[in-house]
Design a protein around this ligand. Structure first.
Ligand code: F6R
Length: 251
């Protein structure tokens, strides 16, 4: 795992956007794994700017989002489809038919989950997966547990996740309690992974990730230590509970 600790959110976003731009220019047919939430918003803004400045081209790019709430229609402002359209896809030249987000209203959810993994495989897998991290260490919606799911699955959201995501909803009762999420195996199959984290509320999860020697289902992000190409880009606040010497362990 390679670690970059940037001064603040903007610097973190700049570093991640630069890495994605490099990937897209190296392979204009890249399959990108996307995430939603507050953390990647700055990165998406910078990708839009790079597109406007003709530095990147989305015309042959394919995207797969790692999760979607169950029960929300794509036009619901809280759905991840809406988020992606609004924060990225509507502002660049991506072909929306090439943007895949789990359908939270699929009739047969089990069959849908299987089909989602097959679809990713059929495009040769994900070249670069972008991930955030939950305050409890979840990635996508792989919540802390003794056993984690290998493939795309129906996730029950943790109370802490529901509470944290309630900031995007009118009330906590409106937050869906389940989601379709890529499993740990689906994520680990990506060629490259970039995980980003900012702010004090992520410091504890980052501390556990970087200071512990354990790979455990109770900290799903810890599985990323087993992947050969992971870059963690965080800000100083997210790093604030870690030992300075940790910087030299991951470079
Ligand atoms: C969202 C996702 C989640 C978020 C995580 C952090 O697609 O997969 O795992 O990355 O909950 O969310 P924020 O960025 O809002 O702190």
């Amino acid at each position: 795992m390679k670690l970059y600790v940037e001064k603040d959110y903007d610097a973190m976003s700049r570093r991640v956007a630069a890495m994605i731009i490099e990937e897209m220019n190296y392979n204009p047919r890249s399959v990108l794994g996307m995430s939603t939430g507050g953390t990647p918003m700055g990165t998406y803004e910078l990708l839009i700017k790079a597109y406007e400045e003709k530095k990147i081209d989305f015309s042959r790019i394919k995207t797969f989002n790692c999760d979607e709430y169950i029960g929300l229609h794509g036009e619901d402002p809280n759905s991840y489809r809406y988020f992606m359209n609004n924060n990225l896809f509507n502002h660049v030249n991506v072909d929306t038919r090439n943007t895949y987000i789990p359908d939270g209203r699929a009739k047969n959810l089990q069959a849908y989950c299987k089909a989602y993994d097959n679809l990713i495989e059929s495009f040769g897998g994900i070249d670069l997966q972008l991930l955030g991290i939950g305050t409890n260490g979840h990635i996508a919606f792989n919540e802390p547990a003794e056993e984690l799911s290998l493939n795309t699955f129906i996730a029950q959201l943790d109370e802490s996740t529901i509470k944290s995501n309630s900031r995007f909803f009118d009330s906590i009762e409106d937050v869906p309690t389940s989601a379709i999420s890529m499993g740990m195996g689906s994520i680990m199959k990506a060629n490259k992974i970039i995980m980003l984290a900012n702010g004090k509320n992520k410091a504890e999860a980052i501390n556990r990730l970087l200071e512990s020697e354990l790979v455990t289902g109770w900290l799903p992000a810890s599985f990323l230590h087993l992947h050969t190409d992971v870059t963690l880009v965080i800000d100083e606040e997210a790093f604030s509970l870690c030992d300075e010497r940790t910087l030299y362990k991951f470079y």
